[in-house]
Design a protein around this ligand. Structure first.
Ligand SMILES: NC(=O)c1ccc[n+]([C@@H]2O[C@H](COP(=O)([O-])OP(=O)(O)OC[C@H]3O[C@@H](n4cnc5c(N)ncnc54)[C@H](O)[C@@H]3O)[C@@H](O)[C@H]2O)c1
Length: 343
């Protein structure tokens, strides 16, 4: 029977930093996962994870994880610049991969990962956290594809010493949080993005970033193939307690939905089916468990919940926003063949 299996899946984490903690907890809490190894180029980080979560061993060398036949799934939660090479090496070693966002820092690298995944016949799930929220899922299931939406990520002035701002290691806020906005919009609009016009640049830290290429603020309009449109706003210009860091409004032509409280709360307004009067409902359903979704896709040989194409698309949108901001011109978004065939 599809889904049955005699032994648990051997699992390893590469990248024992902040978000690695969540991944370790999810792995430990999943009955069919056998925690095998913790890996980080900072061996002390790997060792402290090993102390806390146990498992077979810790190592500073990802190659040891890839060569371990008892490891079937690798979670990669490292700096953005390392995602492509680590994910490709994992696929070449025959592992399934749970990869942090952004999938990679360029569409070209995303496509290299995709090809390695296809060649290996293994699964890839991208950790687009907003998609695992019960509130986001409720909006997705109750609204028709969005016709008009507003998406923003607005945070307190950022710590510019973090690697996320480094042009090589992180690529700036758009690759850090901007990909979440892009992915959520593409999901809610259920249609490929075809055009984007962006402005912004260095608005909150003029001249204060490591490279002229790095953007702290992006304000963009995105048009989708089905004619729907979205506003996209991302900056570290100041946190609002009222709107919280992440704030979305989706309108499907009849109903509207607000997603706020760090994508935990959904408020849906629409006409009552009987009276026609507008009514509003607010709810905060729990997040769904992530690891079991990957295990199901592996067992049943189905697409993962957040497959490669979601990661490719989010990076593609962000690249086009950056290009539009730097060039001052709108961009027609060219979908790679793999997205065209799956759109
Ligand atoms: N999905 C989400 O909601 C979410 C939230 C936060 C962070 N993230 C993502 O998670 C990833 C990690 O972010 P973080 O905040 O945990 O960063 P972090 O700096 O806390 O941790 C990254 C770790 O990776 C290690 N590392 C770097 N290169 C390595 C390599 N080649 N091999 C092995 N280890 C290596 C570092 O030593 C560090 O311990 C990033 O992609 C980030 O965007 C996702």
């Amino acid at each position: 029977m599809a889904g049955s299996r005699a032994r648990p899946f051997g699992w390893a984490l590469i990248g024992c930093g902040n978000v690695g903690r969540s991944h370790s907890r999810w792995a430990v809490e999943t009955p069919d996962i056998d925690v095998r190894a913790f890996c980080d180029i900072n061996e002390d980080a790997a060792s402290s994870y090993y102390e806390q979560y146990e498992g077979g061993y810790y190592t500073a060398d990802p190659a040891r994880v890839f060569a371990d036949p008892d490891i079937e799934i690798v979670t990669i939660a490292t700096t953005h610049a390392t995602h492509a090479e680590l994910a490709i090496a994992a696929f070449e070693a025959g592992k399934h991969v749970y990869l942090e966002k952004p999938m990679a820092m360029s569409t070209v690298d995303c496509l290299r990962i995709y090809e390695a995944m296809e060649a290996a016949g293994r699964k890839l799930m991208i950790n687009f956290s907003i998609r695992f929220s019960g509130a986001t899922r409720a909006i997705k299931s109750r609204l028709k594809p969005a016709k008009v939406s507003n998406a923003q990520c607005m945070m307190a002035p950022a710590d510019l010493t973090r690697w996320q701002w480094d042009p090589v290691l992180g690529g700036g806020l758009l690759f850090d949080v901007g990909v979440h906005l892009a992915d959520t919009l593409c999901w809610m609009h259920s249609s490929p993005p075809v055009w984007v016009s962006g402005t912004g640049g260095q608005v909150t830290h003029p001249g204060g970033l490591a490279s002229d290429e790095i953007i702290d603020t992006a304000s963009a309009t995105i048009r989708f193939a089905n004619g729907s449109v979205a506003n996209y706003l991302m900056s570290d210009a100041g946190f609002s307690e009222a709107l919280t860091k992440w704030f979305f409004v989706f309108n499907d032509g009849e109903q509207s939905a607000v997603l706020d409280k760090h994508f935990r709360r959904a408020t849906i307004t629409g006409p009552d089916p009987v009276s026609g009067e507008l009514s509003t409902e607010t709810f905060t359903p729990p997040f769904i468990d992530r690891m079991p979704l990957l295990l199901d896709a592996i067992r049943n040989d189905t697409e993962t919940y957040t497959p490669a194409r979601t990661g490719i698309l989010a990076t593609l949108v962000v690249e086009n926003i950056i290009e539009s901001i730097h060039s001052g011109r709108p961009q027609e978004i060219e979908l790679p063949d793999v997205l065209r065939s799956q759109a």
